[in-house]
Design a protein around this ligand. Structure first.
Ligand SMILES: *[C@@H]1O[C@H](CO)[C@@H](O)[C@H](O)[C@H]1NC(C)=O
Ligand SMILES: *[C@@H]1O[C@H](CO)[C@@H](O)[C@H](O)[C@H]1NC(C)=O
Ligand SMILES: *[C@@H]1O[C@H](CO)[C@@H](O)[C@H](O)[C@H]1NC(C)=O
Length: 303
């Protein structure tokens, strides 16, 4: 269904004779920049649907700087019964094909979000690589990927237009990487300490990290220490974890190592486990970030 709609809405052909229902519509009189701002809040499937009622929006959606694909957003179109995952991937593929064919020349992508939790096969993963590559060629600034068991290709990290990168529980092609100097914000969700990688990001200013439940597993606190120390330029950090035991390093390690985040000024920690007084955690966090100026734990301001 969705794929047919996309095909039908791709060009202006075949729609010239339809009555222009929205001719009198006030929204359509807004300047392109305002309409694109409105688009920035909407999942792309809505833009595709809206494009049926206005010729102008039909022209505009193929050039929108904001692409937002979420498999779970639309339970009607991507229903379980018809193999949601494969329909969703077809929909995204068709949208991007339309874009390549009909977009205005020199159109950039500001933000590209792709969210699907279903596990991808090899072929689908390659397709996702191509979409991500296309976003990067379109000078994407914000990339947000939550794709089941997708391995982030290395070229993402060296994309020099990218300023914000968000991803969820993904694998990496290499265990140690460095990012382009344009990257200033990073969000990593469901980070497993056991697969922990090292990311060197010279101009990273803010990081939001959430660790999965399960503690260190086969990793050691040295791995986490090393990981944080690579992010030593950070000024702001949000750190979420299940239990404080998952992150606190033993005292003897603190006594013999240097604090990993010497430049951090603002820190917000959140824990699933709220029963404790958090004084041990506070000591630990202040050790990690000795220059910290504001510190919150589970919303409580402690510094
Ligand atoms: C859905 O389709 C994909 C690819 O076409 C396939 O790999 C997957 O097994 C299918 N899932 C179900 C539940 O049929
Ligand atoms: C990190 O969290 C802050 C505060 O919630 C938010 O404003 C910021 O956009 C987040 N950064 C990223 C890259 O998601
Ligand atoms: C760490 O250093 C403090 C202060 O120097 C000391 O009191 C404490 O016993 C040391 N702890 C360990 C486990 O070495």
């Amino acid at each position: 269904m969705a794929t047919k709609r996309v095909k039908r809405n791709c060009g202006e052909k075949g729609v010239q004779n339809e009555p222009d229902i929205m001719a009198e519509d006030r929204i359509s009189q807004l300047p392109d920049s305002v309409i694109y701002y409105i688009f920035s809040f909407l999942p792309t499937i809505h833009l595709v649907r809206m494009s049926r009622v206005s010729r102008r929006w039909r022209r505009m959606w193929v050039s929108t700087p904001f692409l937002y694909f979420d498999c779970h957003f639309d339970d009607v179109t991507f229903t379980e019964k018809v193999n949601r995952s494969s329909m969703f991937l077809k929909f995204v593929g068709n949208c991007l094909r339309c874009r390549k064919l009909y977009m205005q020349p020199d159109t950039f992508i500001t933000s590209f979000k792709l969210h699907t939790y279903d596990k991808l096969g090899h072929h689908a993963a390659q397709e996702v690589d191509n979409w991500v590559r296309f976003a990067i060629q379109s000078r994407v600034k914000e990339l947000d990927l939550q794709v089941g068991e997708y391995c982030i290709p290395q070229f993402v990290f060296t994309a020099n237009s990218l300023t914000q990168l968000r991803f969820h529980a993904l694998g990496f092609e290499v265990a140690s990487l460095s990012t382009s100097s344009s990257l200033t914000q990073l969000k990593l969700r469901a980070l497993k300490l056991e697969s922990i990688i090292s990311i060197e990001a010279p101009n990273l200013f803010q990081a939001n990290l959430s660790l999965t439940d399960g503690g260190y597993g086969s990793a050691s606190c040295f791995d986490l220490l090393h990981f944080l120390a690579k992010l030593h330029g950070l000024k702001k950090m949000k750190l979420s974890t299940f239990w404080e035991e998952d992150i606190i390093f033993p005292e003897d390690i603190r006594n013999t190592s240097s604090p990993p985040l010497p430049n951090l000024k603002h820190l917000e920690a959140s824990l699933y486990d709220e029963h404790k007084k958090n004084s041990e955690l506070l000591d630990f966090l202040v050790w990690c970030a000795p220059s910290v100026e504001t510190l919150k734990i589970n919303g409580k301001i402690l510094l």
